[in-house]
Design a protein around this ligand. Structure first.
Ligand SMILES: [Mn+2]
Length: 348
């Protein structure tokens, strides 16, 4: 298990020099943020980012994410140029030594929450998703103020894109994903870069848009689309665990035994009865995930891939990017490291 930490580059309020001070920290997880989705990242900007990471004494091994252009998900004729750009990004990142690329295939909306600063009992704040609140939101009224939604679409553009998705049901989305994988996985194999899809968060359709990277059955189907080690998973315990139907420990065990997990996002969520959820501290009793059993499954299967503590709460008065403060994620990293060390010692 290689410990890593997400860092948003120079504009991140969390300094990379602070991340280095977390014991057992190995690699940074980052991306180029100032290039529009679908375009190529220049070699110069990749090498500049690599230098910043390595100057801080950390590895530049994992990219999260290289985003997939909407035309690829929609299967439009214009997708080919974006797929060609994607391949070029894989090649250039490989030249810079990158080992794993995380991406997702969620239509229009990335991760979705209804509030980013819900005050928990202990006074910390966390990201939450309350079904009741979500049901009241309508992206097409133009008044969508979805937390985490970057609102880069105008009302008209959003209506247009929803219109295009009206013709894309789950099966069409599967077929567009398969087309994309059959194009890019051979390049990933050539370059020795492991592709790792991030599951949909939450793992079911929202706003009438299809979502397919959601359940064990669908992950099985995904891995068979291109049956290569290079076609793998970012297993996010919080995303897949935000629904009652996923048995997370069993799935981590199964896919890590198959060698198809290349990147783990480990975080806890407290699932509520109606399917709503609140993000919680990593420590198992704080939420619905059994983090010890998750790490045990990885350890049993001799997991060599990357792990990062995923979203944390805001604690100790910290302000910054919701979910991505330093303190609670650092606590999470140490908790995971402690479990791993205990398991290692118990072997001998
Ligand atoms: Mn995640």
């Amino acid at each position: 298990m290689k410990m890593s930490f997400r860092w948003y580059g120079k504009d991140d309020p969390v300094k990379i020099s602070y991340i280095r001070q977390i014991p057992n920290m190995y690699s940074i997880v980052t991306a180029i943020y100032d290039v529009p989705v679908g375009e190529q990242w220049s070699m110069e900007s990749i090498l500049q980012l690599k230098k910043e990471v390595e100057d801080a004494g950390l590895k530049f091994d994992v990219i999260e994410s290289v985003p997939v252009h909407e035309d690829i998900k929609l299967g439009l004729p214009s997708r080919q140029k974006y797929i060609d750009n994607y391949k070029e990004n894989i090649r250039n990142l490989a030249k810079a030594g990158v080992k794993v690329i995380c991406y997702n295939f969620m239509p229009v909306f990335d991760w979705t929450r209804t509030q980013l600063d819900k005050v928990l009992e202990d006074g910390s704040t966390a990201l939450v998703y309350y079904k009741e609140q979500l049901e009241k939101m309508d992206p097409l009224t133009g008044e969508l103020s979805l937390p985490g939604w970057d609102s880069s679409y105008t009302k008209e553009q959003l209506a247009d894109i929803f219109d295009k998705y009206a013709k894309v049901d789950e099966e069409a989305l599967w077929s567009n994903l398969e087309y994309f994988l059959k194009e890019i996985i051979p390049v990933a194999e050539e370059c020795d870069v492991r592709m790792a899809i991030h599951p949909d968060d939450p793992p079911y359709p929202i706003f009438g848009l299809p979502r397919i990277i959601t359940t064990e059955k669908n992950l099985d189907r995904f891995l068979k689309l291109v049956d290569s080690e290079y076609n793998g998973l970012t297993f996010c315990t919080g995303s897949l665990g935000s629904a009652h139907f996923n048995d997370i420990v069993r799935m981590v065990d199964k896919y890590s035994a198959m060698g198809r997990i290349h990147f783990m996002h480990i975080r806890n969520v407290k699932l509520l009865e109606d399917g709503s959820f609140e993000e919680s501290a990593h420590y198992s009793p704080c939420g619905s995930m059994d983090i010890v059993e998750i790490v045990k499954a990885l350890h049993k299967n001799n997991y060599q891939g990357y792990v990062r503590p995923d979203h944390g709460r805001m604690i100790w008065g910290e302000t910054g990017k919701p979910g991505y403060g330093l303190y609670d994620r650092a606590l999470g990293a140490m908790y995971l490291t402690g479990i791993w060390e205990t398991l290692e010692k118990a072997k001998n």
